[in-house]
Design a binder for this molecule. Structure first.
Ligand code: SF4
Length: 338
């Protein structure tokens, strides 16, 4: 590889696509690069030939993006216009993976340009990632070389306050979410702040907010994220006496949760939250919601845990839902600013 900025990763990036469809429905597809637009336009004929009934008449939607009019792929019924039930991506199927927009080719691999060089990793916000980053196949080296060499695919993020401490905290062997909360609250491990009531109240507010948002963004009915949330809500409504109890994440998956949180901090995904403590509180909430839901019935369903955790991460990155969390106030004194 040509001499370039320093590149760091927490481990070999691994991923395997399990066709959850969350990436093609939960996110806006863009902003597109000028050559993404050219490639997609060139692929239209192959897609039309292979899938004559696919509605791709207006494949691009112009939107304001940081003050500039920018192209995104059009979404229909919550999904990218190129998504097809049973097939997946029709560009991928009819023209090949390399013809998709760069952002689609990369997901969930991310390159973050930081003041300390480039960081490379797999985001835990893929619904198929319950094991993928541990034991999935390594991402192809030639592909990594190509995306590392193309600065247009980098996300630029500056250093949030407290990043070094958060990374150290998440590297402590055997640390659990109670200890993380205790650290954020400035108490000791034996007396972590009780956040069950806070979680329950926030959850009720988020449920109301989902209803107001309706069929937008990650919550559009029929998408993988909406399916997970619908199942979660049904389970939550049936909890009866257990309502308000969000036990610690089951021990066998704590290392996995810790690894996911570390990846999120390393890739500066915390930048999507007001402060690092807020992001850690959100991640702990996501882990506890997902763990309690996936353990219903007595034993842990690992696949449910992965899908639940990823879904809650996606939900908590939604600006509107995040505002609900932030405006409601911190779970304990000091957690908003540490
Ligand atoms: S172009 Fe293909 S991979 Fe990209 S969002 Fe659309 S359906 Fe998914």
């Amino acid at each position: 590889m040509a001499e370039g900025p320093r590149l760091r990763a927490l481990s070999v990036p691994r991923h395997t696509c399990k066709h959850s469809s969350a990436c093609c429905s939960s996110y806006s597809v863009g902003p597109l690069l000028p050559d993404d637009v050219v490639r997609v336009e060139q692929a239209l004929e192959a897609v039309r030939e292979a899938f004559p009934d696919q509605n791709i008449d207006e494949p691009f939607t112009e939107r304001d993006y940081h003050g500039a009019t920018t192209s995104f792929l059009t979404k229909r019924d919550g999904y990218c216009t190129f998504w097809r039930d049973g097939t997946g991506c029709t560009i991928h199927s009819a023209a090949g993976a390399a013809e998709k927009p760069l952002v689609c080719q990369m997901f969930p691999v991310q390159i973050v340009s930081t003041d300390q060089g480039l960081r490379l990793g797999t985001r835990p916000t893929c619904l198929g990632d319950e094991t993928g980053w541990d034991d999935g196949p390594a991402v192809d080296g030639a592909f990594i070389e190509r995306i590392v060499g193309d600065s247009r695919g980098w996300v630029v993020r500056d250093e949030p306050d407290g990043e070094g401490i958060a990374l150290q905290l998440l590297s402590v062997p055997d640390i659990d979410t109670d200890s993380i909360m205790a650290f954020l609250a400035g108490t000791d491990r034996e007396s972590p702040p009780p956040i069950e009531a806070w979680l329950e109240e926030r959850l009720q507010q988020l449920h109301l907010e989902f209803d107001k948002i309706g069929d937008q963004g990650p919550l559009h009915s029929g998408t993988s994220t909406a399916d997970v949330l619908a199942d979660f809500r049904t389970w939550h409504a049936d909890r009866g006496d257990e309502a308000g109890s969000w036990p610690e994440v089951v021990p066998e998956v704590l290392p996995w949760v810790r690894d996911a949180m570390k990846r999120l901090v390393f890739l500066r995904q915390t930048r999507l939250h007001p402060t690092i403590p807020w992001s850690l509180v959100a991640y702990v909430a996501a882990a506890r919601y997902a763990s309690a839901w996936a353990s219903a019935g007595g034993s842990l369903d690992r696949r449910k845990l992965g899908r639940g955790f990823s879904t809650w991460l996606i939900v908590m990155e939604n600006p509107r839902l995040q505002r609900t969390l932030v405006e409601a106030g911190p779970p304990f004194a000091g957690s908003e600013g540490r």
